[in-house]
Design a protein around this ligand. Sequence first.
Ligand SMILES: Cc1cc2nc3c(=O)[nH]c(=O)nc-3n(C[C@H](O)[C@H](O)[C@H](O)COP(=O)(O)O)c2cc1C
Length: 378
Amino acid sequence: MSGMFDALEVRGVSFKNRIAVSPMSQYRAKDGLANDWHLVHLGRFALGGAGLVFAEATAVEEAGRRTHGDLGLWEDRQIEPLLPVTKFIAAEGAIPGIQLGHAGRKASERRPWHGETPVDELDIHERNEAPWTAMAPSSIPYADGWPAPIEMSETDIETTLLAFKSAARRSKEAGFKVIEIYAAHGFLVHQFLSSISNQRTDKWGGNAERRRRFAVEVARAVRSDWPEEYPLIFRLSATDWLEGGLEVEEVIETARVLAAEGVDMIDCSSGGIGGRERPRRMKIEQGFQVPFAARIRKEARIATMAVGFLWDATACQAVIENGHADMIAMARELLDDPNWPLHAAALLGEDTDYAMWHEEFGYWLDKRDRLTRKLGLR
Ligand SMILES: Cc1cc2nc3c(=O)[nH]c(=O)nc-3n(C[C@H](O)[C@H](O)[C@H](O)COP(=O)(O)O)c2cc1C
C-alpha cells in the first residue's frame, strides 16, 4: 500500500511524494511572458515540499489565451523567462510541470477580479486591452452575453494541433518534465469532447469517437515532440454535470483511448463546459471529485490524480492508501499554506523533526521546538 509521502515513478521521472500543485492562473503575464511573479509564486511551493509543481494554463496560441494576463508558449522568446522558474523548482527537489491549453470559445475574457466576462471596448480605455475573436468547434457562445465564436476550419484545427506540438517542444526547452493538457473546464479540448459545445458534422464531431478525435490528435502531436521519458497527463472533466453533456462512462472510455496514445495519468476534475451557473447536479463537498479519479483509475486502468476541495491531510492520505488515486493535486489550500505538504507530513507522523524541510528553515524550527518543549512553553 502506498501513501502520500511515498515516491512515485512515472516513465523516467521520480516524484518524491504524491502531492501536486494544481495549475493556477495568475493573470500576471504580459504578452505571455513569465516574470518574477511566476518564479516566486511557484518557487514557494517547491520550498513547501510538493512533489510536482505545475505552472498555470499556458496558451499554445496567442488567440488561445483566456485573458491578456495568461502565460504563453506560442513563440520561442517565451522560453527564456521560464528557465529560472524550472531551474529553481528542480534545484529545490520538486518536478516542474506545465499545463498547456487553448481557451477556444472562452478566449478574450476578463480576469476574475474584472468580472470574468468578455473583454470589450471598455477594456481598451481602462487597461489598454482589446478584445479578440475566439474560435471553437462550433459557433455556440460559452454563455448568455458572450459573443459567438468562429467555427474552426480544417486548417484552423491543423494549425492548432501544430501549436500544441511546438509548445511541447518549447516546454522541454524551458526545462519542464511534465506536460498536462488542459482538456477540462470548458476549454478548447473539452469543447471538442462535449456535444454541448461540439455540434460538428464532419470527422471532428458527432459520436463520442469523433468528438474525442481532437484530444487524441493533441496527445499524438504533443507526444511526437516530447521526450519518451517524460510523463504526459490530461486534465479531463469527468462529467459536465448537465443533461446532454459528458457523463463519466464516456470519459472513462476517453481515458482508455488516451492511455493507448502514451498518456500516463488523468487529472480528474469536472464541469465548466457552459454557462455561469453551477449545475444543479453538482454537489460540492470535501473530495467530491475523488470518486471520478477512483472509477477512471479502476475502469480505464490508468494512473489518476484527484483534485478539488481537498485540504485534510488524513483524508488525502486515505485517497492514496485506498488506491482511489495515484496523486492528489491542490490549489487553494496551497495558496493559503504553501507549506501544506510539510505540515501534512508532520501531522501524519512522516516527519517528526523537520527533516523534510530545507535545512535553512528546518534547522531553526527544530531547534525552537526542542527549546520550547524544554521550557514548557508549547
Ligand atoms: C487561482 C486559481 C487559478 C486556477 N487556474 C487554473 C488553471 O490555470 N488551470 C486549471 O486546470 N485549473 C485552474 N484552477 C483550478 C484548480 O487547478 C483546481 O482544480 C481547483 O481550484 C480545485 O482545487 P482546490 O479545491 O484545491 O482549489 C485554478 C484555481 C484557482 C484557485
